[in-house]
Design a protein around this ligand. Structure first.
Ligand SMILES: C[S@@+](CC[C@H](N)C(=O)[O-])C[C@H]1O[C@@H](n2cnc3c(N)ncnc32)[C@H](O)[C@@H]1O
Length: 208
């Protein structure tokens, strides 16, 4: 027998407003509190299916902006011309994303299939966030912002410490729409630090 959670006010609101999932209200709160999305920017949306974050972000970035929506599954909503959906595993080869970047915002609502074993679910969620950080190192512009869902577990502080090396400020947000009993929270990396200059040795060597 599968347990079906009763529809709460966010589920009902999402349905009434035509959003694919109640998760949209988590992003809405994060956006309100961090000024995440604005016209003209490029956004990478990891774990985008069924599509409510993409639905929310698409009009926010407008016709001059772009959303690259990545998931193992296809989106289940109709999206605008400023959205490109990629079916891919974010734990796979990240160089696939290179032609689509760099990005002003990298956001991830990725979640592992949960087993009910808290420490194992948290470890797999942390692995996904580590992957988001790999993407940020590769493709997030200096000054850019990252948002990632995490299930808080033993590795939480280690992930936060890595984020502090990459961002000027690291915030933890538990949106109102995030169920109180859930261990999920959202890590926000504000203003990516400029990566250190690549050594010039090769160019200098070539000139001699
Ligand atoms: C909570 S849902 C995301 C909901 C979405 N933000 C929305 O608003 O509609 C989590 C998603 O993460 C995706 N996901 C989990 N692991 C992934 C991976 N390794 N690569 C890409 N997507 C992944 C799942 O397929 C699932 O669609």
């Amino acid at each position: 027998m599968t347990y079906k959670r009763p529809a709460d006010r966010y589920t009902k609101k999402a349905k009434a407003e035509g959003f694919a999932a109640r998760s949209v209200y988590k992003l809405e709160e994060i956006d309100r509190r961090t000024k995440l999305l604005r016209p003209g920017i490029r956004v990478l949306d990891l774990g985008a299916a069924p599509g409510s974050w993409t639905q929310y972000a698409s009009p926010k970035v407008g016709s001059k902006g772009k959303i690259i929506a990545v998931d193992l599954e296809p989106l289940r909503v109709k999206v605008g011309p400023n959205v490109e959906a990629l079916i891919m595993d974010a734990l796979g080869d990240l160089s696939v994303l290179d032609p689509y970047g760099p990005f002003d915002v990298v956001m991830s609502d990725m979640a592992p299939h949960t087993t009910g074993i808290a420490f194992a679910d948290a470890a797999r969620s942390e692995e996904l966030v580590e992957r988001v950080l790999d993407v940020c190192e590769r493709l997030l512009l200096p000054g850019g912002t990252m948002v990632a869902k995490i299930f808080r577990g033993e590795g939480f502080e280690q992930v936060r410490a890595r984020m502090r090396t990459l961002f000027d400020e690291v915030r933890v947000i538990k949106p109102e729409a995030s169920r109180r009993e859930s261990v999920e929270a959202f890590l926000v990396g504000v203003s990516r630090k400029r990566p250190p200059e690549a050594p010039k040795a090769t160019a200098e060597k070539a000139a001699t």
